[in-house]
Design a protein around this ligand. Structure first.
Ligand SMILES: C[S@@+](CC[C@H](N)C(=O)[O-])C[C@H]1O[C@@H](n2cnc3c(N)ncnc32)[C@H](O)[C@@H]1O
Length: 470
């Protein structure tokens, strides 16, 4: 086996740039996600430099591509996508990082051999030296942000956000903050915050007592209390789900018998565990169920549950619900034969979506998403909503959410649902940041502390007509 063949199966090379050129080729060439790289090729993301280079190059992939093309006599062939990616890693370091130019260039030149293309050393050296003579780029400028988004995405953002589209694209080019949710079953917020202070980890508080945002991102596993399950990483926007559910329940004055709650798209469980912690905090007795159609993701959910100290069990048709443990079900939320005899008081549909509100966190999305995929999501979202609505009891609350900024996955889904559902009433949420939409609320990454998230709250009654809906 040649060295290259070994490496292409995922061995870590001694050259970080080579690892990243390969990772980029999997993302851009084979349409894999960063999540796939993390799971299947962890050695390519094993150091902070690896992460910086992969995320950064993907963030600026399009503008960097234009920059290197100016210095190529002719475009590289398709089969040399790995070489192009190597050039982009080099260009990213020269234009956007403090890595010493000589280190960036020499490592990229050396990596040609690892790609099995030693003939390209002169070319890589020449292009990167030419770029070295150019000025460094300020990542958050308007023009750069435009150039870092594919055309279809720019058009859609301009269509939906008008003059704010640019601001959104700039936000997509920034780094996301690291927000934690303190697990109030495992510890008290004041105790955990003191532990952060003792560890010299600066943070800002709120908006809820269990929420802290770190001023500098940290390695999660090194945080105080991590192993004991005292905290989880969760964006502020995502933390609204549990609070919406609690405020809906407060208005209903739940009685002593346990309420039934379904998280219908649950894995890996961020919102589910927050709901569990919040219901427990409020002393609301409950049966909690977590549904997801992917067994591997449910497995990941149960591992996280174990760290956080939340008991789980496999829920089977006909089995008695348990208040002390979350029932896990691997099934399609669009199926009509889901194993629940009784309707639910609360259903959360955190629908599969484009993730367009999390581009700053997941820069691969801008390279992988297409308008076609957006519309495929819409079809699934509508089916999930239609089907799971049948499982909600009259008077019950359904929270629909996505981490998308596009109305195709948000208001348009709700609009078509309301058009065919007589017993649904929209209860509009209102948050401190973001904006009201026709049927819900849109949080945006232009507010530095939230990803782009959409929430719509629907109540089920017997007497509602379309006239009740806005
Ligand atoms: C946005 S993620 C959920 C994130 C999760 N709520 C959290 O806070 O960690 C959407 C989830 O929906 C699941 N999913 C996709 N299609 C589904 C379907 N037809 N039925 C049930 N779950 C589905 C995916 O596997 C994915 O785990």
């Amino acid at each position: 086996m040649t060295r290259d063949a070994t490496d292409s199966q995922g061995q870590r090379s001694a050259n970080t740039r080579l690892d990243i050129a390969r990772a980029l080729t999997h993302v851009v060439g084979h349409r894999r996600t960063i999540e796939w790289v993390r799971a299947e090729r962890p050695q390519w993301l094993q150091s902070s430099l690896h992460s910086e280079l992969l995320y950064g190059t993907l963030r600026h992939y399009l503008s960097l591509t234009a920059a290197i093309q100016k210095h190529l006599k002719r475009p590289l062939k398709k089969k040399d996508l790995d070489l192009q990616n190597l050039l982009l890693v080099g260009a990213y370091q020269l234009q956007h990082t403090a890595v010493a130019d000589y280190a960036a260039i020499n490592e990229c030149v050396d990596a040609c051999r690892g790609l099995g293309k030693p003939w390209a050393k002169g070319l890589v050296n020449g292009v990167l030296r030419a770029l070295q003579r150019q000025e460094r780029i300020e990542p958050a400028t308007e023009a750069l942000a435009e150039r870092d988004h594919p055309e279809w995405l720019r058009i859609l953002l301009h269509r939906q956000y008008g003059k704010n589209a640019l601001e959104l694209m700039e936000a997509n080019n920034r780094r996301a903050p690291m927000t934690l949710r303190i697990n109030q079953i495992a510890t008290r917020p004041d105790v955990f915050k003191q532990r952060l202070k003792n560890a010299n980890i600066p943070f800002t508080d709120g908006p809820w007592e269990e929420t802290v945002t770190l001023l500098e991102p940290q390695v999660a596993a090194d945080l105080p209390g991590w192993t004991q399950g005292e905290c989880a990483v969760q964006d502020q926007a995502a933390q609204h789900a549990a609070h919406l559910i609690i405020s809906a329940l407060r208005q209903k004055n739940p009685n002593a018998s346990p309420i039934k709650v379904l998280d219908a798209c649950a894995a890996p469980g961020g919102k589910l565990f927050h709901v569990r912690e919040a219901l427990t905090q409020e002393h609301i007795a409950h049966y909690l169920f977590a549904l997801d159609n992917k067994a591997t993701r449910l497995q990941e959910l149960s591992e996280i549950a174990t760290r956080l100290g939340h008991a789980t069990h496999a829920h089977a048709d006909g089995s008695t619900p348990r208040t002390e443990s979350i029932g896990l079900i691997c099934a399609d939320g669009c199926a009509t034969d889901l194993p629940f005899p009784d309707p639910f008081d609360v259903i959360l549909i955190d629908a599969p979506c484009s993730g367009s509100g999390t581009i700053r966190r997941n820069p691969d999305i801008r390279m992988l998403l297409s308008q076609k995929v957006l519309l495929e999501h819409q079809v699934l979202q509508r089916q999930l909503l239609q089907n799971l609505w049948q499982r909600l009891m009259p008077g019950g609350t359904l929270v629909y959410s996505t981490c998308s900024v596009f109305s195709e996955e948000n208001d348009q889904v709700i609009q078509s649902f309301l058009g065919s559902t007589a017993d649904a009433l929209v209860v509009r949420p209102s948050f401190a940041t973001g904006r009201a939409t026709q049927h819900g609320w849109q949080l945006l990454p232009t507010e530095p502390l939230t990803d782009g998230f959409y929430y719509c709250v629907l109540e089920k009654g017997r007497h509602y007509t379309k006239a009740n809906s806005p």
